[in-house]
Design a protein around this ligand. Structure first.
Ligand SMILES: Nc1ncnc2c1ncn2[C@@H]1O[C@H](COP(=O)(O)OP(=O)(O)OP(=O)(O)O)[C@@H](O)[C@H]1O
Ligand SMILES: [Mg+2]
Length: 232
């Protein structure tokens, strides 16, 4: 069982949406996913409550925002899933730090704006501090999201360049801004539960989510190798 934690100290970066794009694809491929909803706004618990989710995606709601129950929630999730995905809130605190220390890979979604690039740096610092505290290198990857499909802007290219210059790992696949990714939450389902007639651009969104999933699995595997190398 593998644990992914979505991290970003900035609200609205796109954590929950990217987590769902990935989970939907993994579930479609026949594996079990268990979310740990560690956001006081409980977006995933509300999503599940609509009653339309696939059977192999579970949601555990972590109730204690101070982090007292988070390890138990993660353990319960590990028991029932091939993939555990922890969704955190948009501001750092003890609970967020604990979810980072439990991760096999931390995913930092960022939008292509200069402001978010600074926020990504804060997320990286959070992960590095947690790594140091735990004497274990916690792998992470930065993932661009809400990228406008029509125009790949100069800002987007500049930020990619800035991040690569800092030698930070960037996922080679970005998640584009598309309507079906919003509709998943309106209907309480994944991309695969949407109908072509209900929403435009579904085939492209599915293709993008599949490529993103492959890239995240690859990043997880690479991270695991780093961990083994450090332990050896
Ligand atoms: N790839 C995308 N395509 C279209 N809309 C998106 C995409 N990613 C995010 N959004 C929209 O942007 C908003 C913020 O996204 P999301 O809730 O995933 O961010 P978050 O990082 O989880 O926020 P929070 O910190 O509040 O939990 C939502 O309205 C969501 O529908
Ligand atoms: Mg969220």
């Amino acid at each position: 069982m593998r644990v992914l934690t979505m991290v970003s100290p900035k609200g609205g970066a796109g954590k929950t949406t990217m987590a769902m794009a990935f989970a939907g694809e993994i579930a479609h491929r026949g594996q079990n996913v268990c979310f740990v909803d560690a956001d006081p706004n409980k977006p995933l618990s509300l999503w599940a409550a609509q009653g339309n989710k696939p059977e192999n995606i579970h949601v555990i709601t972590d109730e204690d925002k101070d982090g007292d129950t988070i390890y138990d929630s993660i353990d319960a999730a590990k028991e029932r899933a091939d993939w555990v995905i922890i969704d955190t809130e948009g501001s750092p605190n003890v609970r967020v730090t604990r979810t980072i220390t439990e991760a096999g890979l931390c995913v930092i979604p960022i939008r292509a704006s200069y402001l978010d690039s600074a926020q990504a740096a804060r997320a990286v610092k959070l992960i590095k501090d947690a790594s140091r505290q735990n004497r274990r290198k916690i792998p992470f990857v930065i993932a661009f999201t809400q990228v406008k499909a029509a125009i790949v802007t100069k800002t987007y290219k500049d930020i990619g360049q800035q991040i690569r210059e800092q030698v930070l790992p960037v996922l080679p696949v970005e998640l584009f801004e598309r309507e079906p990714l919003v509709k998943m939450f309106a209907f309480g389902t994944t991309l695969y539960g949407l109908a072509d007639s209900e929403v435009g651009g579904l085939p492209k969104a599915l293709e993008n989510a599949s490529a993103l999933t492959d890239a995240l699995i690859e990043a997880f595997t690479e991270g695991a190798k780093t961990l083994e190398a450090t332990a050896a």
